[in-house]
Design a protein around this ligand. Sequence first.
Ligand SMILES: [Zn+2]
Length: 212
Amino acid sequence: MSKSAPPKSPQRSTGLSSAPPSSYTIDCSNGLIHPADQIPSPNQDARPDGADPALIVLHSISLPPGDFGGPYIEQLFTNQLDPDEHSYFAGIHKLQLSAHILIRRDGSLVQFVPFGRRAWHAGESGFRGVPACNDYSIGIEIEGEDRLEYSDHQYSALVGAVAALIGAYSELNVRHIAGHCDVAPGRKTDPGPAFDWLRLYDGIASRNPDSE
Ligand SMILES: [Zn+2]
């Protein structure tokens, strides 16, 4: 109630006129990707063993569900979501969540947590017998819904970001990418059946042939 109202228009200026950049750079000294809007989330901490990330977990999110382009994902990940703004928000505004990056529908990136730090995205989870995926993974949220096609710009940005991550962190490769649905089966469904895994794999292979 005391919080400032979000913009009336869901359209925000991202400085991105059309297509997302074809490639991204990652500075391993600070764990930041460029170009991206940097919106630090308080929902992060140190990785327990200080190890480099060894897994990428893909998610989808939309707030409220089915709506795109609003400021609400950023507000959720910075603990600024107003429970009075929408009935759905009352049930989630106290969750302390984050992801390393968000890919908006237009393909623009927001980074909330440096890659060397632990973001709080996967919850109770495991990958190939190793529990607690947050400890050793990078969480990427794609703005969307399980059953709605993701945008061309999002695939382009995702391929570029994942290729950059694989180039930056030696533990990462195409076999170390999973959906939230895979690391938390029965509990989570994202990024859902609409997500085209082959398009991701083919895109990475065409950019980063050594990663196979
Ligand atoms: Zn998820």
